[in-house]
Design a binder for this molecule. Structure first.
Ligand code: NAG
Length: 272
């Protein structure tokens, strides 16, 4: 008698499990993707520049265990394509908490509705988003709650929802050269752009790697929150903006053979 393994969800030859998400959900993820940068653009490629630093390859790091309770949940922007505004607000939320300034969830809506650059749910690149952060700062989610799930964007109001004046929090922007691992382990999660392959839309758990014959489709802003190794392969831990039902409670561990890019100058700091 022959026994057939029914481990249908383990993707053959790899160490991650797959599941099927609703088609409408996958369509939304796909439509929100960001273009992969050209060479010589505002991005620096992470794997070739800073992440294959062998001296830190043995080190495991996870911002969620380093700063328990200070790393905000993965949120899902819905039909709105302003993913960098979400990523920037999430990065700043976490860094604000880590530096002991405040535990306030910051509002992506404020950047979408009030930022001088690419206002609305359009795609907005990393440097335009950063310009918005520099010119208007952040207000809290309770001041200006998120309402653009259906991609309708209200005009910038004069005040918070409860009528009190906006009092923006202004982080310093980090323009000095930094290595990603140093920055993340000191300041907290950092926005990076990750190459997305079709099979990532089926990622459930484990250490994701695309199959060798897959072509990437585009890129997606995520926050790098940590890294580690399993067997011979290194991986990153990323916070995805796909909501908590995606992957490992909104997070994914992905092989460090996938290219990530970070935008030079995209770090923010709340150090006094
Ligand atoms: C109004 O909301 C802001 C932001 O959430 C808060 O800081 C402020 O205390 C609130 N004001 C009143 C009067 O409730």
């Amino acid at each position: 008698m022959m026994f057939v393994c029914l481990c249908a969800t383990l993707v053959s030859g790899s160490s991650w499990t797959a599941r099927t998400y609703p088609k409408e959900q996958v369509d939304i993820w796909t439509q929100r993707l960001e273009p992969i940068p050209d060479v010589n653009s505002e991005f620096t490629s992470l794997d070739s520049v800073t992440m294959d630093d062998s001296e830190s390859n043995a080190v495991q790091f996870d911002a969620r265990t380093r700063w328990p309770g200070f790393i905000s949940d993965s949120r899902d922007p819905g039909l709105c394509s302003g993913l960098y505004s979400f990523a920037a607000a999430s990065m700043a939320t976490d860094r604000l908490a880590i530096h002991g300034v405040a535990t306030t969830v910051l509002s992506p809506q404020y950047l979408l509705s009030c930022g001088p650059k690419c206002r609305g749910c359009k795609r907005c690149g990393i440097s335009d988003t950063m310009n918005n952060v520099e010119s208007i700062g952040f207000v809290s989610e309770s001041c200006f709650p998120y309402v653009s799930e259906k991609a309708r964007v209200p005009q910038c109001p004069a005040n918070c929802k409860n009528g009190s004046k906006f009092t923006p929090i202004r982080p310093k922007t980090v323009y000095k050269e930094f290595t990603v691992k140093d920055d993340v382990s000191t300041n907290g999660p950092l926005v990076v752009l990750m190459k997305i392959f079709p099979s990532f839309n089926r990622y459930s758990s484990g250490i994701y790697s695309p199959s060798p014959d897959e072509q990437y489709v585009s890129g997606e802003p995520v926050l790098i929150v940590g890294w580690g190794t399993e067997g011979d392969s290194g991986y990153y831990i990323v916070k995805c903006f796909r909501g908590a039902s995606f992957g490992e409670r909104g997070y994914a561990r992905v092989t460090n053979r996938i290219r990530l890019w970070f935008g030079e100058g995209f770090g923010v700091s709340f150090e006094q």
